[in-house]
Design a protein around this ligand. Structure first.
Ligand code: FES
Ligand SMILES: [Fe+2]
Length: 407
């Protein structure tokens, strides 16, 4: 047992609860929570097997037979569109002897065939054929295991929980905000994946604060007022909201950050201004793709959502960005970025892929570097939890939420 604690409780859960009790408020986490295999397994059970997770945008599987994978730690989930047009999710584990069935990030099939002994599955997950099995073999009880799936404004959420949390409040928050941006009919323009040599929580904490934006992200900071403390940008935010109202666009901010003990998913949507004259998150702040949804013009604003535990959405009037952090191993995680544009936008003609993806690529590469440096530091025998700045309120709130989830 590698959880570093002076007490000797019998179970991992009791050891974690002990760490949580000793965790100083508004500080970075105890070292064991960033690097021990036991804490990682505990995170999987309490966080990733309990909460809804963003799996992607449904335009990644537009036609019957299209599928894409959602992978985290040892789990792999197939998100597949059926012959009836419905999107479903299944565990990517063959019901014969457990082989992975789909082996690439995306694909298309009219029937799923396991590469091991060729059991085949229909697009609705039911077992279609199994070679040389006895006459009394019950095919109907050997379909792929289904996973809960919901689509909100084109965003695909999955839950590996037996009884998933309620998405009611999250659904209305996400529909209200991203309906205005037309995300339900958007399409994926690009998907980029980074492996980050750091615990998934270091990556999430880093995303949640902009205290590091000025030193680490000159490109972002030139465009987005959020690089400064909120009280300093109140006037810019008020002017942005006035422009949105004048355009007749309604994008409500909603703070529904709740513990899973309420039975509900946690979501937080807020808006902030771009600097004067900046239209969107792109080189020089100039338009980069066709306007989306209700936006007849640029309002100089950004809509940002934190969907606990580790999914984030950013909307500009002409494109969107989905951010997902997924655990791989105690000191390794995946950062996946997805860029959305209007459904009918054509690459090269309506948008330039390099310009569209430049800002968040350069920002994510810097984030990967600083997060990996943070992991090296927190793994040192000299590390101890350090105090957050008051200018990191979202990270402070998330840490408190996380601790209550794992306690
Ligand atoms: S493990 Fe899939 S057919 Fe044998
Ligand atoms: Fe960053």
């Amino acid at each position: 047992m590698s959880i570093h604690t002076s007490a000797a409780p019998e179970t991992v859960a009791a050891r974690i609860a002990d760490i949580v009790r000793r965790q100083p408020k508004a500080h970075s986490l105890h070292q064991a929570l960033y690097d021990s295999p036991e804490a990682f397994q505990h995170d999987m059970e309490r966080i990733f097997l309990r909460h809804w997770i963003l799996a992607g945008h449904e335009s990644s599987a537009p036609n019957p037979g299209d599928w894409f994978l959602h992978e985290m730690a040892e789990e792999s989930i197939i998100i597949m569109r059926g012959k009836d047009g419905r999107l479903r999710a299944f565990v990517n584990v063959c019901r014969h002897r457990g082989s992975r069935i789909c082996r690439t990030a995306t694909g298309h099939a009219s029937v799923l065939v396991c590469p091991y002994h060729a059991w085949s599955y229909e697009l609705d997950g039911s077992l279609r054929a199994a070679r040389h099995m006895p006459a009394d073999f019950d095919k109907s009880s050997h379909g792929l295991k289904p996973i809960h799936l919901e689509v909100i404004e084109g965003l695909v959420f999955i839950s590996l929980a037996e009884k998933p949390l309620s998405l009611d409040a999250a659904r209305s928050a996400i529909s209200a905000a991203y309906g205005a941006y037309g995300w339900g009919s958007a399409k994926v323009a690009q998907r980029e994946t980074y492996v980050v040599a750091a615990n998934w929580k270091l990556a999430v904490e880093n995303y949640l604060e902009c205290y590091h934006c000025t030193p680490a992200h000159p490109e972002y900071s030139k465009l987005h007022a959020l690089e400064r403390p909120l009280e300093e940008i109140a006037d810019l935010n008020a002017a942005m909201e006035a422009r949105s109202r004048a355009l007749g666009v309604k994008v409500p901010g909603i703070d529904h950050r709740v513990a899973s003990s309420t039975g509900e998913a946690s979501v937080f949507t807020f808006r902030y201004a771009l600097y004067d004259g900046v239209k969107t998150g792109a080189p020089d702040g100039k338009p980069v793709a066709p306007l989306m949804g209700d936006f007849g013009d640029y309002d100089g604003g950004v809509t940002s959502t934190h969907f606990a535990p580790s999914s984030f959405f950013i909307a500009y009037p002409d494109h969107g960005v989905l951010y997902r952090f997924l655990p791989l191993a105690p000191k390794s995680s995946i950062l996946e970025l997805v860029w959305l544009v209007r459904g009918d936008a054509r690459e090269s003609e309506d948008y330039d892929l390099d310009k569209l993806t430049w800002l968040w690529k350069v920002t994510s590469e810097a984030d990967k570097r600083i997060t990996e440096d943070a992991q090296k530091g927190v793994s040192s025998r000299f590390y101890e939890p350090g105090p957050y700045s008051p200018t990191e309120p979202n990270a402070i709130a998330w840490i408190a939420w996380y601790l209550s989830e794992i306690a």
